[in-house]
Design a protein around this ligand. Sequence first.
Ligand code: PGA
Length: 260
Amino acid sequence: MEIIIKASVAEAQDEAARIMAAQIRTKPASVLGLATGSTPIGVYQLLAEFHRAGRLDFSKVITFNLDEYVVLTPNHPQAYREFMRQHLFSKVNIAADRIHFPDGLAADVPAHCEDYEAAIRRVGGIDLQLLGIGSDGHIGFNEPSSSLASRTRIKTLTPRTVKDNARFFPHANEVPRHVITMGVGTIMDAHACLMLATGESKAEAVAGMVEGPITADLPASILQMHPRCKLVLDEPAAAKLRRAEYYRWIYENKPIWQRV
Ligand code: PGA
């Protein structure tokens, strides 16, 4: 895992956006796995700015979002499809038929989940998967105890995640309890992963993920087994890493040809 510690949230977002932009420039028909939540908003803003400035073309990009709430209508203000429309898709030149989401309204959820996996396979897999991390160590919505080999399926959120997400809803009892999420195994199949984590509320999960044992109790820890995973942090999110100085040393001494 490559750990990149930046001085501020803005610098961390900038680094993550530059890594994503480099992916799209290197392979214009990139398949991107995308994440929602408050963390990636700044990254999407920067990607939209690069596009507006004529420096980034999304016309060939294909996207698959990690997860979607079950039972929220697609245009519900908190549906992740709507989140992505607002923060990225309405601001870049990506065609609607290249955008994919789990369908929280699917009548046959298991069949839909298999179709989602098949759609990812059909385009050759995800080139770069953007990830956040939950304060309980989830990736996608793979909560603690999720099988580390899991595929796209329905999950019940933990009370802690429901509480974390309540800030986006008028009342806590409106937060959906169920989601459809790519599995941990689905995420691990991505050719590369990029996690962005900022703020002290993530410090414990980040330390467990990087320096703790690989365990379904902290699903993000499986990323230790991913051969191409970058983790971009701000200082507060990195505060509990024992080897932070070493990670900084590695980054500062990176060969020029390895830099973005
Ligand atoms: P956040 O969510 O970006 O809103 O903190 C991250 C996650 O739950 O994966």
